[in-house]
Design a protein around this ligand. Structure first.
Ligand code: HEM
Length: 410
């Protein structure tokens, strides 16, 4: 076997002529509007069956990158990088040549150029690798950053740790197999090793058997992800950057990653009624507490309903009330993953939510909601944001083009 090329350089010239990745892989854009309020729910699976398949592929080429509006695969790694200090615009071009080639190959189930474990790569398992950039990378490329590409304002509930924030580049790696995620992550890091070093990695998971009748549940046990914008339709301008964004970002998006710790030890002490009150939804079905027993999660909430004492049935501090959009633009696509790491001494868990959300403009859409939650949200008793980062998600790469081509002005 020839020795692998770890330079990520000239050996990649063939990328422009490589076969189209993910052939025949028009995998599900599995979110459809179903609820009267314009909510969307993930579809595309058979009840009770695993979400993905071992050789499933999702498209790499296209107007938008995969890994955003398609059905969330059960395993994810968010990998943030710092560019080496000597990286200049020419080095950035090499970086995007390497990334484009590696991602196209990996998503198609072929090993990256340096891959010696191609059997692992062959289990494509619905792999998506979504590329997003930070402000420093945009500046190095000589491009104009969108006004929102900066850390979010500080919120009173934040207890941010340096180790979960920032980064010049972020790769969201998602697949139906944890082995596929681990393999892709390592190949991507290897491809970039001369240009960038890993700043942080956040690994997450969802229910592998998610599907109709088995919704996403977070580690507080709640049905999570019911109210979403309708994608592939009227809410597209909430998701994709349009004419008001710099030209290199059109059809791209923004990615907000908040790492939110859950205090499961104190949550354990809370009775079921108080748990439902904190969110404003039932634990069994995920339906609003104003809906009758057995009603589906998508049942419209009655935010005005009052009990016999004149109090709102959905508590004034309930998470769903506080997070609910007060204007049509205060909406975004949530694509969260749970995490579960080693418990510190004296605690039973180090768990929480990797709250990943996509939108066209975080300052306009996300910040007002996060601000309301910081001011008053019963969930704050049991959750603490410990990490925060904002990235600009590149548009998809058309056939024969590089990711980041417009950013570099090529
Ligand atoms: C650990 C932290 C969090 C947990 C456990 C959590 C959990 C939930 C759950 C269970 C729901 C109800 C079901 C649904 O519609 O998905 C919900 C709704 C929602 N959450 Fe969160 N969430 C968290 C953090 C956040 C953050 C940081 C934001 C944004 C700043 C947010 C925004 C929303 C929105 C917009 C809704 C829909 C509200 C509506 O219109 O009904 N959540 N969340």
């Amino acid at each position: 076997m020839s020795s692998p090329d770890t330079t990520g350089g000239t050996a990649r010239r063939g990328f422009l002529t490589s076969a189209a990745g993910a052939a025949g892989a028009l995998a599900l854009a599995g979110w459809t509007a179903t609820a009267p309020s314009g909510a969307s729910t993930p579809t595309g699976t058979t009840a009770g069956t695993a979400v993905g398949s071992a050789t499933g592929t999702r498209p790499f080429r296209g107007r938008h990158q995969s890994g955003i509006i398609d059905h969330p695969q059960p395993y994810a790694a968010f990998v943030a990088f710092d560019l080496h200090p000597d990286v200049d615009k020419d080095a950035l071009r090499r970086l995007f040549v390497v990334l484009t080639d590696d991602i196209e190959r990996l998503m198609a189930g072929r090993g990256s150029l340096t891959d010696q474990e191609t059997e692992l790569a062959a289990v494509s398992a619905d792999l998506t690798i979504t590329v997003a950039v930070g402000a420093r990378l945009v500046a190095l490329a000589g491009a104009t950053p969108p006004s929102w590409l900066a850390p979010l304002p500080a919120f009173s509930i934040d207890r941010l740790e340096e180790r979960w924030g920032g980064g010049d580049l972020c790769l969201q790696v998602c697949a139906s197999s944890p082995t596929t995620v681990a393999h892709a992550q390592r190949r991507l890091i290897a491809g970039l090793v001369t240009l960038a070093s890993v700043r942080w990695v956040q690994r997450g998971f969802r229910e592998p058997f998610e599907g109709p009748g088995r919704p996403m549940r977070n580690l507080l046990g709640q049905v999570d992800g019911t109210i979403q914008p309708a994608v592939n339709g009227p809410d597209d301008d909430l998701l994709w950057c349009g004419a008001s964004a710099p030209a290199w970002l059109r059809d791209g998006s923004a990615l907000v990653v908040r790492r939110i710790e859950m205090h499961l030890d104190t949550w354990d002490a809370v009775d079921r009624h108080s748990r439902e009150n904190a969110i404003g939804r039932r634990l069994d079905t995920g339906a609003p507490v104003t809906a009758p027993a057995g009603a589906p999660a998508e049942t419209a909430a009655d935010l005005f309903a009052k009990d016999s004492l004149g109090f709102h049935v959905i508590d004034d501090g309930a998470h769903m009330r506080r997070a609910h959009a007060t204007a049509p633009h205060e909406r975004f696509l949530r694509r969260p993953y749970s995490y579960d790491d080693v418990p510190p001494p004296g605690k039973t868990s180090d768990s929480g939510l990797i709250f990943a959300a996509y939108m066209a403009d975080p300052v306009r859409q996300f910040v007002p909601v996060q601000q309301r939650l910081a001011e008053k949200d019963l969930l704050n008793i049991w959750t603490t944001p410990v990490g925060s980062a904002v990235f600009a998600v590149l548009p998809g790469a058309a056939e024969g083009h590089l990711l980041g081509e417009a950013l570099l002005g090529l």
